[in-house]
Design a binder for this molecule. Structure first.
Ligand code: SF4
Length: 284
């Protein structure tokens, strides 16, 4: 299956988002999906362009609202594999309310955050993921606020799947996305995706010197939530792999009474013309 299309990405050469695009395309192919079985929903930011660069259904939504859209798509048509994607500004600033509640709601979708610790599209301002002391146009004397920790927040919010990848490790990233899609529930995947143009601190080299794979930690058990939280805190969030997975927790869909009926997208609404027009008028 080929998930490439004819649209040439206009990301800067070397941007980490290229790898995320490739990893989604490879994961979808490895999972045996057809393009019409995949929907990629994205937010606003450089990363938000990704839905236009993959041969599948796609929707480029509004800033911070990728998760309401993606959850709606999945609830309307459960037969689609839904991947939501956006940046750290999109998901952890304006969209943070949605992120936390989508995590605890546990609808069966995969959410990939392209975390470059800066706002790239607007030419380099401090984001919620920028470290204290980080200097940008918006914080010329260095950021006073500490960076938030997405993995700790996801674990605290009751996530059933938490993973972290790095754009420089396409093999691991592809595997994480495959695992996330296969997970029956909400899969949260944070990806260190360097912004080579505006973030001169958190570079590929910076990450290569620091990142630790949880699979290399002796005795690491991704089913152990307490161990996951302690490990994330010990390594200051600089770990990759499947950090935590709870395979016992039922997804939102499995808990909704009556959801075993036909997908909403295929439901016979049995509306006559008058009822249909009435329904439409309510949305005008
Ligand atoms: Fe990527 Fe940064 Fe360029 Fe945006 S500005 S495309 S995040 S390298």
């Amino acid at each position: 299956k080929d998930f490439r299309n004819d649209v040439k990405p206009n990301w800067c050469p070397g941007c980490g988002d290229f790898s995320v695009q490739a990893a989604i395309q490879r994961a979808a192919a490895n999972l045996g999906l057809e393009p019409h079985e995949l929907a990629v929903i994205s937010g606003i930011g450089c990363s938000g362009r990704i839905s236009g660069y993959i041969h599948s259904y796609g929707f480029h939504g509004t800033h911070g609202r990728v998760l309401p859209l993606a959850q709606g798509v999945k609830m309307a048509n459960r037969d689609l594999t839904v991947i939501a994607a956006g940046g750290d500004g999109d998901g952890f600033a304006i969209g943070m309310g949605h992120t936390v509640h989508a995590i605890r709601r546990n609808i069966d979708i995969t959410y990939i955050v392209m975390d470059n610790q800066i706002y790239g599209l607007t030419k380099g301002q401090t984001s919620p993921r920028s470290a204290a002391g980080f200097q940008t146009k918006s914080t010329p004397h260095g950021s006073i606020e500490p960076a938030l920790s997405p993995l700790e927040i996801a674990l605290s919010a009751g996530a059933t799947f938490v993973a972290q990848g790095f754009s420089s490790d396409l093999k691991e990233l592809t595997s994480l996305i495959e695992e996330g899609v296969k997970h029956k529930g909400f899969a949260f995947i944070n990806v260190f995706s360097p912004c080579v143009t505006y973030n001169k601190v958190n570079t590929y080299e910076w990450f290569k010197e620091r990142l630790v794979k949880v699979s290399d930690i002796e005795g690491y058990d991704p089913a152990n939530r307490e161990m996951a939280m302690q490990t994330v805190m010990k390594y200051d969030g600089l770990v990759t792999g499947v950090i935590y997975q709870n395979e016992e927790q039922k997804s939102y869909q499995e808990l909704v009474p009556g959801y075993s009926a036909a997908p909403l997208a295929e439901a016979d609404l049995k509306l006559d013309k008058e009822q249909f027009e009435q329904l439409v008028s309510e949305f005008m």
